[in-house]
Design a protein around this ligand. Structure first.
Ligand code: NAP
Length: 484
């Protein structure tokens, strides 16, 4: 069976890709906007089409000779996600029909259309309707509400609130009912849909036991071994709640707002098709899903995170723009006495809980300020303590390029009056650390000049601290080797 996976770099797509690659009966093709974000192992094991669903030619290349296509495209990170998602689904089903695709499997959102339905959910429902509109392509819409897994937005919101706040004043929406589901179960349904013997369009609503959000919070606290107290208040302020989530969780205001709007109405299953068509799948209960997510985090086995997808094909554009940078803060050090591989490992451990090598409190202040003005903020952290992959978020940066032992390039995603990059290069016996900035207008220039003293402090100490860390590391490795 020839299968196309779209959205393969997204939260669900990355996990599904891993499963599909393990199935020898499947000839897998994947569709991504940024090929560089894939590992060599993935590039070697399947056909990769780089493209965009807004570009019909790339869709033709992707959907050619495909039997079943997974549609996991979502543009939530863009302010105009509704228009983009509609156009994307229209293009996709048109080309899928042209190419004779037999089945499209879409993962959408749970819920019903009524006056309470949030714009986000309406858009997810509309996407399902567009994808189901072909006379010759069968569409299976699997609809999930809150997905619980390591790195999922919903789980990260609940976990952060529960971990950080022993006592919570909870707005009315915590009484809204939902049917959460573990990400592992979502993958079971998606994989099951591949071989389901049924030839008409189908909507399959999935979820475990129905429960209010406050119950999810309390069970999460239990799984984390924490005692928490919720004090209900009779308010349902979307804006206030969104600011609250922006402040206490890694999710930025724009996404928090979209998600909180969805909390007004119940997200519970509307049909029994999961039990009818997938009787062999019994979704795990909420607390088990949370425990599994926590275990993955503890074992550092987080496959994907909500912040992996970026909302734009930024990679090539930003890589090209680096040469346009008007301001450069460049520091160079001789590294003849250093192990280059070890040095690169130290550089790649930048950010997240490892810190920013020097003046972490200044980065923290910058992060808080960034969140306050609607940016990503510094607390998206790292997926993995050591490894970095192109395309993933790293605090308020995005990894733009990684060339083993040679180069790490980060693109700044904090709110800036311009475009910024931070680059580390190992060239022969030199470590070169450069901060590039392309200012937008006068404000951009004022910003750069105003920060020169801070940049001097931060960047000078950064390169020194990298060398220092590397030295300490190799000294301790040598000491360990001697002891052995
Ligand atoms: N995650 C959840 O908690 C959850 C819950 C319920 C339902 N769902 C549903 O599951 C589906 C997948 O969600 P997700 O969380 O995995 O989304 P996601 O992490 O935001 O990933 C979306 C993917 O779509 C790709 N994409 C967006 N616009 C594109 C375009 N024009 N051309 C090509 N690719 C494009 C992105 O590519 P880039 O990587 O290049 O940005 C990304 O890989 C969605 O329909 C969502 O409604 C998710």
């Amino acid at each position: 069976m020839k299968v196309l996976l779209t959205g393969a770099n997204g939260y669900i797509g990355r996990r599904l890709k891993k499963k599909l690659l393990q199935d020898a009966s499947i000839e897998l093709k994947i569709f991504v906007r940024n090929k560089k974000s894939l590992t060599q192992e993935v590039l070697d094991s399947c056909e990769v089409i780089e493209g965009d669903t807004l570009n019909k030619e790339s869709l033709r290349a992707a959907l050619k000779s495909v039997d079943v296509a997974y549609y996991l495209i979502h543009s939530l990170q863009n302010a105009n996600y509704k228009e983009l998602d509609k156009l994307s689904a229209q293009n996709f089903i048109q080309i899928a029909t042209e190419c004779g695709v037999k089945r499209v499997i879409y993962l959408g959102g749970l819920g019903v259309k009524n006056s309470q339905t949030s714009e986000h959910l309406l858009s997810r429902i509309e996407t399902g309707e567009v994808l189901s509109s072909s006379a010759s392509v069968q569409t299976i819409c699997i609809r999930a509400g809150v997905i619980i897994g390591s790195g999922s937005a919903s789980f990260e919101i609940i976990r952060n609130l529960v971990e950080k706040l022993p006592l919570m004043l909870t707005p009315k929406w915590v009484n809204t009912y939902a049917q959460p589901i573990a990400v592992a179960d979502v993958l079971h349904y998606l994989l099951g849909a591949l071989t389901l013997e049924y030839d008409k369009n189908l909507i399959v609503d999935i979820g475990s036991k129905k429960m209010p959000y406050k119950e999810m919070m309390m069970q999460t606290a239990e799984a984390l071994g924490l005692k928490r107290y919720l004090i209900p208040i009779p308010l349902l302020s979307i804006t206030l709640s969104s600011h609250w989530l922006n402040l206490f969780t890694p999710v930025p205001f724009q996404i928090a707002r979209v998600l909180v709007e969805g909390l007004k109405s119940e997200v519970v299953i509307q049909n029994e098709n999961a039990a009818i068509y997938f009787p062999h799948i019994t979704p795990m209960d909420y607390i088990s899903a949370v425990q599994q997510a926590i275990l993955e985090i503890e074992k550092k086995q987080v496959i994907s995170r909500w912040s992996d997808a970026d909302g734009q094909s930024w990679d090539k554009r930003h890589l090209n723009e680096i040469s346009d940078a008007i301001f450069v803060d460049r520091k160079e050090r001789d590294i003849s006495d250093y192990d280059k591989h070890e040095l690169f490992e130290v550089v790649c451990a930048i950010g997240g809980a490892n810190g920013w090598f020097a003046y972490d409190f200044l980065w923290e202040i910058r992060g808080r300020f960034d969140k306050a003005i609607g940016g990503a903020g510094i607390n998206r952290g790292r997926r993995d303590e050591r490894a970095l992959r192109v395309g993933e978020s790293l605090d308020f940066w995005r990894v733009a390029d990684v060339v083993e032992d040679e180069r790490l390039l980060l693109y700044a995603q904090m709110k800036l009056p311009g475009d910024g990059w931070l680059e580390f290069k190992i060239e022969e016996n030199r470590l070169i650390q450069s901060a590039y900035f392309f200012p937008k207008g006068l404000l951009g220039r004022i910003y750069w000049y105003a920060l020169i003293p801070l940049h001097y402090l931060v960047f000078t100490n950064m390169i020194e601290s990298i060398l220092d860390k590397c030295k300490k590391r190799s000294d301790s490795t040598k000491a360990d080797a001697k002891r052995v």
